[in-house]
Design a protein around this ligand. Structure first.
Ligand code: HEM
Length: 151
């Protein structure tokens, strides 16, 4: 596995099938660059620490489109609550109800994972809250989509 960070070598030794593509790790700042503000640039959005290329959904996510505030960041909480309140534009899931978590899972699996290619992960997915490596991390499988290899 190749991790695209300078500290990855010391930090994360994750097992993966030998021929699987490298995993890209996005910092918050990197993700913010893909916020749809420039026409013609890719648009990325994370849910549950998984970064999706939502460029195909420009009519939802592009500049001045209705869900533009969700992109260029991890919007897990907003999607779980179906809210565009700026306070919900975060990866924080604290205090979400069981119904909201179920809804989040439905949209994650049923919309994003089936419709948009995964292009990487945020630290929230690769690391535990204490910064130790998440040994249970596995790249998402999307057999129905051609995964884009950026390397
Ligand atoms: C009056 C309120 C709303 C209406 C009428 C509405 C309408 C819609 C419609 C018609 C779609 C499906 C489009 C399609 O698949 O072709 C959609 C998708 C979606 N909506 Fe809403 N929506 C509303 C509010 C919200 C809010 C508050 C959120 C906050 C997160 C939200 C998040 C989404 C997301 C994430 C999708 C999936 C987009 C995709 O396929 O990439 N919606 N909405």
């Amino acid at each position: 596995m190749v991790l695209c960070t300078s500290f990855a070598d010391d930090l994360v030794h994750l097992t993966q099938e030998p021929d699987s593509p490298p995993v890209r790790l996005f910092t918050e700042d990197e993700l913010r660059r893909y916020d749809g503000s420039e026409d013609g640039q890719p648009i990325y959005m994370a849910i549950k620490g998984v970064v999706f290329d939502v460029t195909e959904g420009k009519e939802f996510y592009g500049k001045a489109a209705p869900y533009n505030s969700l992109v260029g960041r991890d919007s897990t909480r907003a999607v779980a609550k179906m809210s565009l309140d700026p306070a919900d534009l975060t990866a924080d899931t604290a205090g979400l109800t069981a119904d909201q978590l179920r809804s989040l899972e439905g949209v994650f699996e049923g919309t994003y994972k089936t419709k948009y290619p995964v292009v990487g992960y945020t630290a929230a997915r690769l690391l535990n809250p204490d910064g130790s490596p998440n040994k249970h991390f596995k790249p998402e499988r999307q057999p129905q989509l051609r995964t884009r290899d950026e390397f």
